[in-house]
Write a protein of this length. Structure first.
Lengths: 361, 394
């Protein structure tokens, strides 16, 4: 039995962690959080050079050709540092093109996506939380090569050179350089590290993409769970560090049993979930019959824990945690994003109940 | 990631399974002689008492955590008995092996392994629960014998036990932790009175034990005078942590799902109710998290690596899962939770049997270190927060 990360996976986490420690201190993170576009071009380039942007792209197309577990352990580190930018949508679209793209589509996009010179995203939601493939209604023309209608909560659409779009019937299509056939409607975003906007397609040219939409959905759930674990664990670490530095009544507040028990409870909520996202990612790579249900359970469980951790950590910090400039709110808001993006936890618990055969859909 | 045990261990598993098919049928469970004979055979094969020398009745196997895990899994599957339950085997024997005199090992270990003698644990007192080192039961050496006076409490199964291992204050002038000795004594003597306590469930499982000039030989002491606290910590080290405990709760969860399929809500099977589904799925999240957390810990222990603070959390994690299961079970059985589970002859106990789990899960949050003591341990040893003076159960 070996249920732990390989030396290579630990080294990968460590390398990304060090990069983010260097390039993304709290001040820089707040700058990006407050910026107009929620993007850090230098960080993007550095992540590309490290291979993070092409982690799921095959080597023959300029990527590093690793699996979902590798992508997920990196996502944990991105969550730990609340790394901003279009990475999530980019990684998912890269996976979709790598798994179901035609030879020509792969050739055209994967090298540029791995190098970070092109940006990709996914457009899945259709308002009112319709994230699931069987809920999509976006229309494709009868000729099958043009889209019209709206997608909501699309990650960084204005920046995207290529989009993977979910359409009626639970299929995926590829939209390249949409230009003026697509209108982006900006919305004020709660999470400044992952910006979303709505898009309206108007006879936008598209091409079929043979990727399974369900598999893309499961990949998204796993990466969100991993990000949430990293974020939740960071909230715990930040609260513990603060408890070891802040004094009141002439003592470190971390010596008060009330706070110790609060933080112990938080640790018990968060820390055991590490193996849950590992296994969900491993199942995506190697145990297909368990993958959809494990992805749903991991997303629902860990994203709930992250919001809880964000709130507890904020409360443990007192007034300073409630300020904008201290920056702790970045993780709480990222937690809300992880919880809601691709569907709220109760929807995934319902899906997992149906998949378990507890009741008919 | 490799969750298989590997070829060598799968071959070992096949061997254990073949032995069980040949030597055990679940019908044997009601026959004490049959159980005793089976344990003898299983020990002969090296499956039970693996870390105990052969000269004391063990099977003296090299340490192999995975073989231990395979044996546990296969015995559970076949519903075959493992080592006799009770703290004699799980706590006293490892303590004697580590700290006992050779004659103590020879005298006490074999009959404990065979199940011929049971042991009671004399730790808690009315005034010494979480603050165990404050024990006041005293022992004085008089004419080559310890004379013991005082009281122990929460002593499970004392009326059926021949012996007790006890923490007794023998050095009243020494500092708190250094004035205690670890004594062994015979419970079947005039100076010992055992009074059963009726538990929250109505059953009697634990007792008060009173000592009124009870006596034990001077050399029935493990370790030296005043070393009892340290010796008792040796014992605690041998208590199994929550590792492997996930299987018990996975079984319990499966039973809960079965219960949800048989109970009705609003005229339909309860399991079709979205509220019940949501709560079951929520428990499943905690359960799978703990399951893979224990796999990770097992895997790291095998490689002699430190799994980190999570190893302090296992007891609280399973306690919380038990509470969640109890809460949902009560929603499911509804009116049946107004009944006291009765095991009177001729009475068939129904869904109210889940009230045993309702109370049992509460007991888990008290026994073996209360949940608040667990929180101290997690905060101090796991998270590195400042230590309270005494409140960590050290």
């Amino acid at each position: 039995m070996k249920f732990e990360l390989s030396e290579q996976q630990l080294a990968l986490q460590d390398t990304v962690d060090r990069l983010l420690q260097e390039r993304l201190d709290r001040q820089r993170l707040l700058q990006v959080f407050d910026s107009d576009d929620g993007h850090d071009a230098e960080l993007w380039q550095a992540l590309a050079e490290m291979g993070v942007l092409g982690i799921l792209a095959p080597e023959e197309h300029g990527g590093i050709g690793l699996g979902m577990l590798d992508a997920a352990v990196v996502a944990e580190v991105l969550g730990r540092h609340a790394a901003p930018g279009p990475i999530l949508g980019h990684t998912l679209a890269t996976l979709a093109i790598a798994e179901g793209g035609s030879g020509e589509q792969r050739e055209r996009w994967l090298p540029a996506l791995a190098a970070g010179t092109a940006v990709a995203t996914v457009a899945l939601d259709e308002a009112d939380g319709r994230w699931q493939p069987d809920e999509w209604q976006l229309g494709v023309s009868s000729s099958g090569d043009a889209l019209s209608g709206r997608k909501t909560n699309v990650l960084y659409p204005a920046m995207a050179d290529v989009m993977v779009v979910g359409v009626a019937g639970g299929a995926l299509v590829l939209v390249e350089n949409p230009g003026e056939t697509m209108t982006v409607r900006q919305v004020p975003c709660l999470d400044g590290t992952r910006r979303v906007a709505h898009v309206d397609f108007d006879a936008t040219p598209c091409q079929p993409l043979a990727t399974s939409a369900e598999r893309l959905r499961d990949a998204a759930l796993v990466l969100l769970a991993a990000d949430a674990f990293g974020g939740a664990r960071r909230c715990l670490d930040l609260a513990v560090a603060y408890a070891l530095e802040r004094e009141q009544f002439g003592r470190l507040i971390g010596s008060f049993q009330g706070l110790k028990h609060q933080l112990a409870n938080l640790a018990v909520e968060v820390e055991p979930a590490r193996g849950l996202y590992w296994y969900a990612a491993h199942a995506f790579d190697a145990v297909p019959e368990e993958a959809p249900r494990m992805a749903a359970i991991a997303k629902a469980h860990i994203c709930d824990r992250f919001v809880h951790a964000g709130r507890e950590a904020t409360q443990a910090h007192g007034g300073i945690g409630y300020t904008w400039e201290y920056g702790l709110h970045i993780w709480l808001k990222r937690a809300v994003f992880d919880k809601v993006f691709m569907g709220v936890p109760s929807l995934h618990r319902r899906r997992s109940a149906v998949m378990a055969g507890w009741a008919a859909a | 990631m490799d969750l298989s045990y590997g070829v060598e261990y799968e071959a070992f598993r096949a061997e254990v399974r073949a032995f069980l098919e040949e030597s055990w049928s679940p019908g044997d469970r009601r026959d004490p002689e049959r159980i005793r004979a089976f344990r003898g055979q299983a020990t002969e094969r090296g499956y039970l008492f693996r870390n105990i020398p052969r000269r004391f009745g063990g099977s003296e196997q090299p340490l192999d955590v995975l073989k231990g895990q395979v044996i546990t899994e296969e015995f559970r599957r076949a519903r075959a008995p493992m080592e006799p339950p009770g703290i004699g085997v799980s706590m006293l024997v490892p303590t004697l092996l580590e700290r006992g005199e050779p004659w103590q090992q020879e005298m006490f270990i074999p009959p404990t392994l065979s199940g011929d003698v049971d042991w009671a644990q004399g730790y808690s007192e009315p005034g010494s629960g979480s603050d165990l080192a404050s024990v006041r039961t005293r022992g004085e050496l008089v004419d080559g014998e310890w004379v013991i006076n005082g009281q122990k409490i929460w002593t499970s199964n004392a009326q059926n036990c021949k012996y007790m291992f006890a923490l007794v204050r023998t050095e009243p002038d020494a500092p708190k932790h250094e004035g205690i000795s670890y004594l062994l004594l015979d419970l079947k003597q005039p100076g010992v009175t055992i009074r059963p306590l009726k538990m929250i469930t109505g059953q009697s499982g634990f007792n008060e034990v009173f000592f009124d000039d009870a006596r034990t030989p001077a050399d029935w002491i493990v370790g030296k005078r005043g070393e009892g606290w340290q010796v008792s910590r040796t014992t605690l080290k041998h208590e199994r942590t929550g590792i492997g405990g996930a299987e018990n709760y996975l079984d319990q969860f499966d039973k809960l799902v079965t219960l949800a399929g048989s109970c009705r809500r609003n005229g339909r099977p309860a399991i079709e109710d979205p509220v019940i589904q949501d709560r079951l799925a929520e428990i499943e999240g905690y359960l799978h998290a703990h399951k893979y957390s224990t796999y990770r810990q097992l895997s790291m222990n095998l490689g002699a690596k430190d799994p980190g603070p999570v190893s302090f959390m296992n007891k609280l994690v399973v306690t919380d899962i038990g509470h969640r299961i109890a809460a949902v079970a009560q929603e499911l059985i509804g009116d049946d939770s107004l009944l006291l589970p009765s095991y009177e002859p001729g009475h068939k106990v129904g869904n109210e049997r889940w009230m045993n789990q309702f109370f049992g899960s509460l007991g888990v949050s008290i026994a073996g270190g209360t949940s608040n003591i667990q929180r101290n341990i997690i905060a101090e040893r796991g998270l590195g927060l400042p230590r309270d003076s005494q409140g960590d159960g050290k």
